[in-house]
Design a binder for this molecule. Sequence first.
Ligand SMILES: C[S@@+](CC[C@H](N)C(=O)[O-])C[C@H]1O[C@@H](n2cnc3c(N)ncnc32)[C@H](O)[C@@H]1O
Length: 280
Amino acid sequence: MTGFSADWLALREEADHAARNEELGFQVASHLASHECPLILDLGCGTGSNLRALAPLLGLKQHWHLIDLDAGLLAHAKAQLRAWADYAEVVHNGLVLYWGEQQITVDFSQTYIDKDLPILFNKIPQLITAAAFFDLVSEQWIANFAQQLVQHSTAFYTVLTYDGEEQWHPPYPEDRTVLAAFHRHQGLDKSFGPAAGPRATTCLQQAFSQGGYEVTTAPSPWHLNAQDHPELMLALGQGIGEAAAHFAPSDAIHNWTDALHYRRHAVIGHLDLFARPLAG
Ligand SMILES: C[S@@+](CC[C@H](N)C(=O)[O-])C[C@H]1O[C@@H](n2cnc3c(N)ncnc32)[C@H](O)[C@@H]1O
């Protein structure tokens, strides 16, 4: 289990949507524009935040397939997407959402994504996407994944992949120790082999470039301040502290977690990436 709660995903959604690189979103929309109703797979969809951010940029008809291992999060996704849409119809395996002039068909699948990728290709999607997911997977998994997408000429778009850059203000003496310990934790196996963590975007870039894709990356950092995002900063800092506690001395963790109440702002680095097959 990965232990991402619906509360945590709700807390971060506004900051996630504000941070996404706009230009890359437009490139994805332009790539899909020639498809009347593109099929889009969202890996590790959580409560559906990625759909709520991306679907408004795309065409009038879309078909999304939302995949997550966590049945509870998928139930939240269904409820939150119904609430988000202007109007929603319940169909046998999902929903048809009406949002402005758009009609968005959504299927949900509780799937434990591991090495068994072909299950993702029962029907070839035009786009595979993910948000805040790819730092969990391993370098080997990325290489295999990219190879399969290249075989099917499927485009790939992932956002908000942690890149290892963090600045907390004001700084505290324990920052380096805690960040180094947090990065060791990032590399632990999250069920895909040793996780790529902050190296994930570089691995994706290499794998898709080798497959002949055109790859664009762009920064999508969170800029958080204590006035606008007090709960998110605290929850994020506590999560980092808990993860770092596996590898850092307890007094360093204690001091660092205490200091969270005095931090004024934080910049947390993420990268977005769009990889598309070259035409012809
Ligand atoms: C950080 S959350 C991101 C959720 C969502 N994409 C968002 O941006 O709000 C990572 C998600 O990946 C899912 N996940 C992690 N490992 C998975 C696996 N092996 N198979 C399927 N889903 C997985 C988790 O359940 C969680 O919903």
